[in-house]
Design a protein around this ligand. Structure first.
Ligand SMILES: [Zn+2]
Length: 194
């Protein structure tokens, strides 16, 4: 069975990375979602584990080392973040959900597509790059580039958009963000088994 590795971005010691009013801190939010996701996946009989259980920021090289203890075929990685349009000192207009993979056609593209399908089904506004035939955004992000297994990074709405922060901090919003990941991951794993 494929193990679902969950990364939660940043740490209590990471500067910035919060809403302009200080209500949402990305590291804390990502950890809360990651813990709930791990729990929900396990309830469904899926082998899931967080790779960063510390509250502090664990360097990317160490995160990658933890992921690469698994062979490419043994795991998938989902790294959970909250987006920002500015420096966090003022509210911005950009909103919505997006998912990143490494450049080129990889298995991660299929996982990203499953997550996008789940995001749309749950009514999230999605931000897509369809120029290469799939919705995910592609870039040379360290954790995606240096890990061996299929890896995606989700940017779960914007920490400097007022409406997004209100939604993210609501009980319903948190449940939806968790559900999005559960639905996307389970649908990918089902297709993976076929
Ligand atoms: Zn982040």
């Amino acid at each position: 069975m494929v193990k679902v590795l969950i990364d939660n971005g940043h740490g209590a010691n990471t500067p910035g990375k919060r809403s302009p009013d200080g209500r949402l801190r990305e590291y804390a939010y990502a950890r809360e979602i990651a813990e709930r996701l791990e729990c929900e996946l396990r309830k469904r009989g899926i082998d899931a584990e967080r790779i960063v259980k510390e509250e502090t920021d664990v360097p990317l090289a160490e995160r990658v080392r933890r992921v690469n203890e698994y062979k490419a075929s043994e795991a998938v990685l989902v790294s959970i973040h909250v987006n920002a349009a500015g420096m966090g000192d003022e509210w911005k207009q950009a909103r919505g959900w997006e998912c990143w993979t490494s450049p080129g056609r990889t298995k991660a593209d299929r996982l990203a597509t499953c997550l996008y399908d789940a995001a749309r089904a749950l009514g999230f506004k999605t931000r897509e790059d369809t120029t290469d035939g799939d919705p995910d955004k592609e870039g040379h992000l360290y954790i995606l580039k240096h890990t061996r297994c299929p890896a995606v990074l989700t940017e779960n709405l914007f920490q400097d958009n007022r409406e997004d922060v209100d939604l993210l901090l609501s009980a319903a919003g948190k449940a939806s963000i968790v559900e999005l990941h559960v639905k996307g991951i389970t649908s990918f794993l089902m297709k993976n088994d076929e």
